[in-house]
Design a protein. Structure first.
Length: 494
């Protein structure tokens, strides 16, 4: 007999988790130290509540945790790695595992023991954040034990994204420009409560992926009945909750286009096509439904509505991306020649090319070799980057604009391998859920999680979304939903 946790006892903990997910994007995506402190306080409150709630349910708690030993073990390994980076190590040991770090420490310190990080305060802050992400993953897996709860948290993610879309759309429409928490925010694109449009696009796209999975479940249910009465079925759709969910998807697609994020839009489109094609391959009975959904999203949302809100500007940015650095220099020289003198010269606006966006990555490659195993310390990219950039390069880079490179420099190959293992194992769980689960909600959410992972893997090639607390927290929750979908049939109360 399988022991079950009591749903009534941990409902408070469940809604505390939802509150944290909704709150995280609001204070500038929680990308400030004081905002991180609030996330940590909420997480501590969750653990205290869990200790009180589950004190008399240890056996069913242990049974539930068995389903997620692998991902929790991986996340624990990342926390341990950050601890190893932070604690003082004998100089001889540090010299063996990270000789470059030891060399830098020896030039400014004479202590017998030093830490493996080059910025202890920043690494400790990152350690606090990884603890928050681990807790979000753990409690999501622990609490999502029924179709009802899975549906609730999916709608909560969509509600948070719609709030961002509406707030961002309003501020964009009035061209808002203000100073907030020492940060200058200019709403020349759809930002929501984010500072950087690409980060806002990632939040919207990940939520869209979950929304598409949820909507596919609704379409499948509708196609099972009244299959021959299309008029009745159409009216039923227009008057049902499905229409409300469809409008939510429309709002999110419009907001995503309004961010004018190149990889935000292109990555979402590619991930959507690939994931829905894969779903249709494994679910032959739903191919017609998948085709209808895909056609609807491409024709209505992306093409018709996208043209209305500025899809052409996204396309222009994508085309401008192909302009090389040499061509850009030629355009600048031509503009100076046409101006005649410095007083009349106005620098032409040009989009950042792939070549320019990849410069920090190119400069950071030697850093990966120098801090190969342990990295330079979690969150220390901006600390080490000035050592590797050419003296003639301009601008300030606090991130690498490539999550893969930044994880490699911060966590080393050991940490990167742990992150990769977490992603690969979750993708496998989603695939198995799509193939084997009988529960439509489990299959739909598994599709959404799979799509969100593919999207992030693409967007991470040119941006740093996983370095933003709100997005990393959202992604941790989405990963957890993939593991919940895999086991939902086995654990759902009868």
């Amino acid at each position: 007999m399988t022991l079950q946790l009591d749903h009534r006892s941990d409902s408070t903990l469940f809604f505390l988790l939802i509150a944290q997910i909704i709150w995280a994007p609001i204070p500038l995506a929680s990308n400030r130290t004081w905002a991180v402190g609030i996330l940590v306080l909420i997480t501590i409150a969750q653990w205290v509540a869990a200790a009180v709630i589950y004190r008399k349910q240890l056996n069913p708690l242990i049974q539930r945790i068995r389903h997620i030993i692998l991902p929790c073990g991986i996340l624990t390994g990342i926390i341990v790695l950050i601890a190893v980076q932070s604690i003082p190590l004998p100089y001889s040991i540090l010299q063996a595992i990270s000789p470059n770090t030891a060399l830098l420490h020896s030039s400014v310190l004479s202590a017998d023991s030093v830490s493996a990080t080059l910025n202890l305060a920043q690494t400790q802050l990152m350690g606090s954040l990884v603890f928050v992400y681990f807790s979000a993953f753990f409690f999501t897996c622990l609490l999502i034990r029924s179709t009802r709860r899975m549906k609730i948290i999916a709608y909560a993610l969509l509600a948070s994204a719609v709030f961002q879309a509406l707030v961002g759309g309003f501020l964009f429409s009035i061209n808002a420009h203000y100073q907030l928490f020492t940060s200058e925010v200019i709403h020349d694109r759809m930002l929501g409560t984010f500072v950087y449009h690409n980060n806002a696009a990632a939040m919207l796209a990940m939520s869209l992926c979950i929304g598409i999975g949820l909507f596919l479940v609704q379409l499948e249910k509708g196609s099972a009945s009244n299959s021959g009465k299309w008029i009745v079925r159409t009216l039923d759709f227009l008057l049902s909750k499905k229409m409300l969910l469809r409008l939510v998807l429309v709002i999110l697609v419009i907001a995503l286009v309004m961010t004018r994020s190149r990889m935000g839009n292109a990555g979402f489109f590619i991930a959507m096509l690939f994931s829905l094609a894969l779903y249709a391959f494994y679910s032959p009975k739903t191919r017609k439904v998948v085709f209808v959904l895909l056609a609807s999203l491409i024709v209505i949302d992306i093409w018709i509505l996208g043209q209305w809100v500025g899809l052409d500007k996204v396309v222009e940015r994508l085309e401008a991306t192909q302009v090389s650095k040499a061509q850009r220099a030629s355009m600048l020289a031509q503009a100076k020649q046409n101006a005649g003198n410095e007083l009349n010269f106005v620098k032409p606006h040009t989009e950042e090319s792939i070549e320019e966006r990849s410069l920090p990555v190119e400069y950071a490659i030697p850093a990966i070799r120098d801090y190969f195993w342990l990295g330079s310390g979690a969150g220390t990219f901006y600390t080490i980057f000035p050592q590797y950039r050419p003296t003639e390069s301009r601008g300030y880079y606090d991130h690498a604009h490539n999550d893969y490179v930044e994880i490699l420099t911060d966590f080393g190959v050991i940490g990167f391998s742990l992150f990769a293992l977490l992603i690969i194992s979750t993708l496998w769980q989603c695939l198995r859920a799509i193939q084997l689960r009988r529960n439509p909600m489990a299959k739909g959410i598994a599709l959404g999680v799979f799509m969100a992972i593919i999207y992030i893997l693409l967007h991470s090639l040119v941006d740093f979304n996983m370095q933003i607390p709100a997005n990393a927290l959202l992604f941790s929750t989405i990963l957890a939903l993939g593991w919940c979908a895999r086991t939902l049939d086995q654990i759902e109360p009868k």
